[in-house]
Design a protein around this ligand. Structure first.
Ligand code: FES
Length: 228
């Protein structure tokens, strides 16, 4: 979720879904664990992007926090972050102090950390959480996009991480608006160093599958048009 190069600290936000993450959850403060990384590629901001749109769903939220943290170091870049969750958000939400044009006024819940960084964020859920947009991440993204003038829209680039159905609709949204879009894929990984091919996904060019790519070392970031 975050990496501090100066003090060599990384923050990991994880969810217990199986044996490995359950074991990790038994670790206590001060315990030592071995890890290997970073592995794979990274999000890359295109040269003329001034309005990155970050879309995170569920366990796809932490990478968006990481990216927002990186982007805030850059001048003239104004990220907007939309995060969705169907279980309570892993942070206490608060009304945002940052207004966002074309986003309904009642949709005001934000991630406090991002607000403190001066980065606009909004939250979505189908669960009726206070201040959240009642719907999906891509639906609120669509409303925001429709409010942009043509010049601003040309400077938008989408970055997203989340469950596959969400990434599929995000890819479709990008295509509809002719926007560049980078997706961070999730896959079950056995080795995570490129040796087992257990994490491969079909890789397309001009809508034709031309190769299988390993999410662990060739990704996890891919251009949307190469995957969906
Ligand atoms: S997890 Fe083994 S190749 Fe990716």
């Amino acid at each position: 979720m975050r990496a501090n190069k100066q003090n060599g600290q990384i923050d990991i936000l994880y969810k217990v879904v199986g044996k490995g993450s359950a074991l990790l959850a038994t670790r206590k403060s001060g315990d030592i664990i071995q890890c290997l990384g970073p592995i794979g590629n990274q999000f890359t901001l295109s040269k003329n992007t001034t309005h990155p749109l970050l879309l995170g769903g569920g366990v796809g939220i932490p990478p968006m926090v990481f990216l927002a943290d990186e982007l805030r170091q850059q001048k003239n870049v104004h990220p907007f972050v939309i995060m969705g969750s169907e279980i309570p958000f892993p942070f206490t939400t608060q009304p945002s102090k940052i207004m966002v044009p074309k986003i309904p006024q009642e949709v005001i819940a934000a991630m406090p950390l991002l607000d403190d960084w001066g980065i606009a964020s909004r939250l979505t859920s189908q669960q009726g959480y206070q201040g959240c947009y009642q719907g999906y991440v891509h639906e609120l993204a669509e409303e925001w996009l429709q409010g942009l003038d043509n010049k601003s829209k040309q400077e938008v680039e989408i970055f997203s991480c989340g469950p596959i159905p969400m990434l599929q609709v995000v890819a479709a949204l990008a295509k509809k608006h002719s926007l560049p879009c980078q997706l961070s894929l999730e896959e079950h990984m056995a080795c995570a160093v490129g040796g087992c091919a257990g994490c491969v996904v079909p890789y397309k060019e001009n809508n034709k599958t031309i190769a299988m790519k390993r999410v662990c070392v060739d990704g996890p970031i891919f251009n949307a048009e190469n995957i969906y």
